[in-house]
Ligand binder design. Structure first.
Ligand SMILES: Cc1cc2nc3c(=O)[nH]c(=O)nc-3n(C[C@H](O)[C@H](O)[C@H](O)COP(=O)(O)OP(=O)(O)OC[C@H]3O[C@@H](n4cnc5c(N)ncnc54)[C@H](O)[C@@H]3O)c2cc1C
Length: 405
């Protein structure tokens, strides 16, 4: 992942530089940094700070922002090792193997694995290769070549505030989610997807500073919902693990595999990832009733209702609606000529034709339109031909918190 992010960054990235503190000024924030590889301190002044400094966020702690949630749920050790386990998993390859003695995750096809288990009382004196072999079972006789050992805490909390004036928390700094379900990084990436177009708008002058308030309004409820699901997943995993341990201890005939109560739901959490809905000043609702999934965590009902993530639809051969969205607003309409005549200055806007076959699914007539935000969420919908000529600029000004034109 890191090479991909570094290749995409168009600003200098400095490794080994630590943030010691921040000083807030009326129009900016000054970061106090120490450059460990080269020695010496430095100051960087910026209009905004995005604190993506992880679950133990220095920035969150310096600002005194509290957290809510269960807190530390477990002390975990990850052991990365090379071993040939292919005879055990060839029949049923999986992304995670939950066992009574921790979880095994294949990392790469040549035989790299991670073993996640509770941290032992004396981690410094532990023989990790022996512990891995024993966790694999007495009959395994597997030689584990240990490459790396990391101790970490499985945290579960959401920050009480995501914003402090010009400082915004994102990712694990804003919400530490237990890993069961693999939701942590998804949620962090969705945070910055939500935030960065808003920051760009404010810095480039086509959005008002109040647009930044919608970041917490939109993302904090998602963090709480996701935390609830991740904590429930974790409790269920602990239960399944202790049941299996009990079976092994008592010699009770164990089924070949203990069914995890939530196995059919594990990694099936599209509702949490794609079904996210925003209600804020950056969305113009049109009063239509939202779709009702039977389970908001697992079920995803694609819809073009304002606030929802615009679903995939084919715009043409090999081109999806999702390919059309970027650092601009997108107007999807079956009637592009009429809409292109409308001014959208100063907002970045692209008009895209929507095939007639999709109008029913999008809830628009042949003269209607959908306005999509740069993060792919629907910010407004006109079912029919809109009344006045200024309706588009009015909508853009409203959802970006700009001064009325
Ligand atoms: C074993 C494991 C498995 C996981 N599996 C998944 C998964 O399958 N799917 C998923 O979505 N998520 C998963 N996660 C969660 C995911 O890794 C995290 O949610 C994600 O890495 C958080 O990214 P982040 O950038 O917010 O924070 P981090 O990745 O923690 O990055 C924060 C960075 O800030 C730096 N930093 C901290 N303080 C300072 C300071 N004062 N000065 C300078 N730098 C500082 C840190 O060194 C670090 O580089 C997993 C996590 C673990 C531990």
């Amino acid at each position: 992942m890191e090479p991909i992010l570094l290749a995409a960054a168009d600003a200098p990235v400095r490794f080994g530089v630590e943030l010691l503190g921040l000083t807030e000024e009326p129009e900016s924030v000054v970061a106090h940094l120490v450059d460990h590889p080269h020695g010496g301190g430095m100051h960087v002044r910026a209009r905004y700070v995005l604190a993506a400094d992880g679950a133990n966020s220095t920035v969150r702690q310096r600002l005194g922002i509290d957290t809510t949630g269960p807190g530390a749920m477990a002390a975990v050790t990850t052991v990365v090792f090379d071993a040939d386990l292919h005879t055990w998993c060839a029949d049923q390859p999986a992304g995670v193997y939950f066992t009574a003695h921790g979880s095994f995750l294949p990392l790469y096809p040549e035989g790299g694995w991670a073993w996640l288990a509770p941290t032992p009382e004396d981690p410094h004196g532990a023989d990790w290769a022996d512990l891995v072999s024993r966790a694999l079972g007495p009959g395994a006789a597997v030689r584990a070549d240990v490459l790396r050992v990391q101790h970490w805490v499985m945290n579960a909390f959401v920050a009480e505030r995501f914003r402090h004036d010009r400082i915004l928390l994102a990712g694990d700094a804003a919400h530490a989610l237990p890993i069961i379900g693999g939701l942590g990084m998804n949620t962090g990436i969705s945070d910055v997807h939500n935030l960065c177009w808003k920051l760009a708008g404010v810095l480039r002058g086509w959005a008002g500073p109040s647009l930044l308030d919608t970041y917490a309004t939109e993302r904090q409820p998602v963090a709480h919902l996701t935390l609830r699901q991740a904590v429930a997943n974790t409790h269920l995993m602990f239960q399944a693990q202790s049941l299996r341990q009990q079976q092994l201890r008592t010699g009770e005939a164990a089924p070949a595999r203990v069914e995890l109560p939530w196995s059919d739901r594990y990694f099936a959490q599209l509702g949490l990832v794609l079904g996210v809905t925003y209600r804020s000043a950056a969305v113009l609702t049109d009063g239509s009733p939202p779709p009702e999934p039977s389970d908001v965590g697992t079920d995803y009902v694609p819809t073009a209702e304002p606030g929802h993530r615009m679903p995939h639809l084919w715009l043409g051969r090999d081109r999806s609606t999702l390919d059309a969205f970027g650092e601009w607003f997108t107007l999807l309409t079956p009637d592009p000529t009429r809409w292109e005549r409308r001014s959208a200055t100063p907002w970045p806007l692209r008009v895209e034709p929507l095939a007639d076959e999709h109008t029913g699914r999008c809830g628009v007539s042949p003269e209607g339109a959908l306005l999509i935000r740069p993060d792919g969420h629907v910010s407004a919908r006109w079912r029919d031909r809109p009344p006045g000529g200024s309706v588009l600029v009015h909508a853009l000004a409203t959802v970006t918190g700009s001064a009325p034109l």
